[in-house]
Design a protein around this ligand. Structure first.
Ligand code: SF4
Ligand code: SF4
Length: 442
């Protein structure tokens, strides 16, 4: 991963919505597969299912995005409401026979409209500003924010709840997600080698929000990669992957994050893979090259980063693990994280790996690949819709007969965990990697 200095951004194409982001424009690839209005994506769209209006369907939203781009429509609060209600789950992309790059179109449009006013009573402007700040703050600030918030919630619950209530439903939803977590620093050797010649030399991504919230997941991931024969490096300097900024439409921030990460990774030498255990971060990294035009010096470097970024489950499935050391006699339902199944096209690896665990019983989960409402920061920005989707997921989990729900994205895990607790169900949630680790630990 070589380091190339940034060059000044090229001028953007003229745009009716007043381009905020200097490099945000759909790529040629995205333009070359226009929507043919067939409607095959409609049954796959969770928000169309909930809201029932054409403008809240993938086809309707693409129409709005085209109208904005061509200047036939203005970014009014009503129009932006239809785009903001989109999860970005990309189930429509999986369903689309014409190969419409919906995710890229949405990202570009969000970048162009990120600071346009929204209708009152929808997304909390305060929370939106706080998230935008988080997306541009250094990773240690995000880390500290999570630790302080979780501690305040534990020791001063009344005060914390009161402050969140004044801030609005999104902040209350955020507290609910943190309620069952005890943030801590992961105990990870910075360089671990197997006893034999390593099959691959990999770096493990810790992320920003999930660094303190997913310490045990990171430890499990490193142990499993070692067991699969990888040399595992945990780069001491590594920040956020930029996914949070991309969800919000802050592409300049996302570029700065990815560029810094590429520099940090270059410092650890040759790498076969950057291993990711959060589907949202992995999807964003795989598409890192889309952040820069093809003639930008960072583009080729980002392309290489994208090609080498891999979900831990996909890599373990490819490399194989030795026989498990113990049985894990649990009934488990597997939720397919949207950013793994739809954005990265990884569907079978998690199931295959779980099925390899002795004693583990996989329970069928209805609509397993339907979004749980987490969707990056959607559950904070659109708490009502997110809660409805969460309740649907919880109902499906209840009917599955499982005692544990596994999801390959820490964001989905938090969302489902909060839903299970709110419903008073005795079900737990986990990451498939943690179940695998339980089967393979010394
Ligand atoms: S990304 Fe998800 S919510 Fe948005 S239009 Fe596509 S299917 Fe619907
Ligand atoms: S996005 Fe794809 S599936 Fe949906 S209407 Fe357009 S062409 Fe058809």
């Amino acid at each position: 991963m070589s380091v190339a200095p940034d060059k000044p951004a090229p001028a953007s194409a003229p745009n009716s919505v007043g381009a905020h982001d200097t490099q945000a424009a759909p790529s040629e690839e995205a333009r070359s597969s226009p929507c043919v209005h067939c409607g095959f994506c409609l049954p796959a769209c969770p928000t169309y299912d909930l809201l029932g209006t054409e403008m809240d369907s993938p086809r309707g939203r693409l129409h709005l995005m085209d109208a904005l781009e061509s200047g036939r429509a203005q970014p009014t609060p009503t129009l932006l409401g239809h785009l903001d209600s989109c999860l970005g789950c990309r189930a429509c992309e999986s369903a689309c026979p014409s190969g419409v790059a919906y995710g890229e179109r949405l990202e570009t449009t969000r970048a162009l409209t990120v600071h346009a006013p929204r209708a009152e009573g929808t997304t909390s402007p305060w929370l939106r500003r706080a998230l935008l700040f988080g997306a541009s703050a250094p990773a240690w600030v995000v880390h500290a924010g999570v630790v302080v918030t979780a501690a305040a919630q534990r020791w001063l619950p009344g005060l914390t709840r009161g402050i969140a209530k004044r801030m609005g439903p999104g902040a209350e939803a955020g507290l609910e997600l943190l309620a069952r977590r005890r943030p801590r620093r992961a105990r990870l050797p910075s360089h671990a080698k197997p006893d034999h010649t390593p099959k691959r030399r990999v770096a493990l991504l810790l992320g920003c929000l999930h660094r303190p919230l997913s310490a045990s997941l990171h430890e499990a991931t490193q142990r499993l990669l070692l067991r699969a024969g990888c040399e595992v490096i945990v780069p001491p300097r590594q920040g956020c992957c930029g996914a949070l900024a991309r969800h919000l439409g802050e592409l300049d921030n996302a570029r700065a994050r990815v560029a810094a990460l590429m520099d940090d990774l270059a410092a650890v030498g040759r790498l076969d893979h950057l291993v990711v255990n959060a589907a949202g971060c992995g999807a964003s990294l795989r598409e890192a090259a889309a952040l820069w035009p093809a003639d930008h010096p960072r583009h080729a470097e980002a392309l290489s980063l994208g090609e080498r970024s891999v979900d831990a489950l996909e890599l373990l499935d490819e490399l194989g693990l030795p026989p498990a050391r113990r049985a894990v006699p649990r009934r488990v339902a597997l939720h397919h994280a949207c950013h793994l199944v739809h954005a990265q096209g990884v569907r079978d690896a998690p199931e295959r790996l779980l099925a390899s665990i002795p004693g583990l019983q996989l329970q069928a989960l209805a609509d397993a690949d339907r979004c749980c409402g987490s969707a990056g920061v959607y559950n904070l920005l659109q708490p009502e819709l997110a809660t409805t989707l969460r309740e649907q997921k919880v109902q499906a989990c209840r009917e599955s007969g499982a005692e544990l729900v596994a999801a390959a994205n820490p964001g989905c895990q938090l969302q489902i965990e909060a839903g299970l607790a709110a419903a008073g169900l005795g079900l737990g949630s986990t990451h498939p990697l943690e179940l695998l680790d339980e089967a393979h630990r010394d």
